[in-house]
Design a protein around this ligand. Structure first.
Ligand code: NAP
Length: 250
């Protein structure tokens, strides 16, 4: 059986950690050349060192900064002479705080990475695909969160709002880009064991797991496998969808 994404060029943000790192691993296993992009370049380099194959690069990107995003894509074009046709927007942050305590700066931090970052990377990627005549069979996967639909985690109002925005933007982007052959889908992970969730206290973790039908937290590779399926031509008729990867939520 041939590999799922053989010979395709993929760019993953947030590639230095958690879900993004596992997405890079599965993409490489399935034959893609991977650009592992993260604000933490050392972590992105560690990801690349852990991948099968050799045609992968680590790249610095700050997804909330247009200049950084455009510079990153220019570098990719220079290195590979073609734009990436698989884009995974995994860079994200969560900050726990009661809504009454949020100020504009905390609000902007979350919205700028999770929502504006997804916008800037998507826009720059699609422009590069159009300019490079490489829109056919392209796939963009945005990582939202199940909290966008079932917000049962106190202290995450702005995070939930940012992730609900990602679902809405995904749907609207799929309306605009479908005519070019670019699919855009969102994945909504539930509780996944990564550095992002490492500081959740044990009691809270137990409470959250009680709501999961499989009675356990998920592993980043369990999300990555779904993302790589969405990146591949095997999912060629899935577009504008939001796919829950939660173990089932009560
Ligand atoms: P993670 O382990 O914290 O990884 C996120 C990565 O994104 C980190 O390497 C982080 O760098 C990087 N990043 C943060 N801000 C950035 C920026 N401005 N530009 C470029 N890179 C940036 O988190 P994760 O759990 O893998 O989460 C991945 C995605 O899944 C996020 O969008 C998250 O919201 C979403 N998600 C996670 C869960 C979960 O349970 N883990 C559930 C639902 C959704 P630093 O380490 O330097 O900050």
């Amino acid at each position: 059986m041939s590999s799922l994404v053989d010979g395709k060029l993929a760019l993953v943000t947030g590639a230095g950690s958690g879900i993004g790192r596992e997405v890079c691993r599965v993409l490489a296993r399935e034959g893609a050349n991977v650009v592992a992009a993260d604000q933490n370049i050392k972590a992105a380099q560690e990801t690349v060192a852990y991948l099968e194959g050799t045609e992968h690069i680590a790249l610095h990107i700050n997804v909330e900064d247009r200049n950084s995003v455009e510079t990153a894509f220019k570098y990719v074009m220079k290195q590979f002479s073609k734009p990436p046709t698989i884009i995974v927007n995994s860079a994200g942050i969560a900050r726990e705080m009661f809504l009454i305590k949020f100020d504009e700066s905390n609000f902007d931090d979350i919205i700028n990475v999770n929502l504006e970052g997804t916008f800037l990377v998507t826009q720059t990627a699609v422009k590069a695909m159009i300019e490079g005549n490489a829109t056919e069979n392209s796939s963009i996967i945005n990582i939202s969160s199940i909290l966008a639909k079932h917000c049962n985690f106190i202290g995450h109002s702005i995070y939930c709002a940012s992730k609900a925005g990602v679902i809405a933007m995904t749907k609207c982007a799929s309306l605009e880009f479908g005519q070019f052959g670019i699919r855009v889908n969102a994945v909504l992970p539930g509780l996944i064991i990564t550095p992002m969730t490492a500081n959740i206290p044990g009691e809270t973790m137990e409470m959250l797991i009680k709501n999961v039908l499989l009675q356990r937290a998920g592993k980043p590779e369990e999300v990555a496998e779904v993302i790589v399926f969405l990146a591949s031509d095997r999912s060629s008729y899935i577009n504008g969808a939001s796919i829950e990867v939660t173990g089932g939520i009560n």
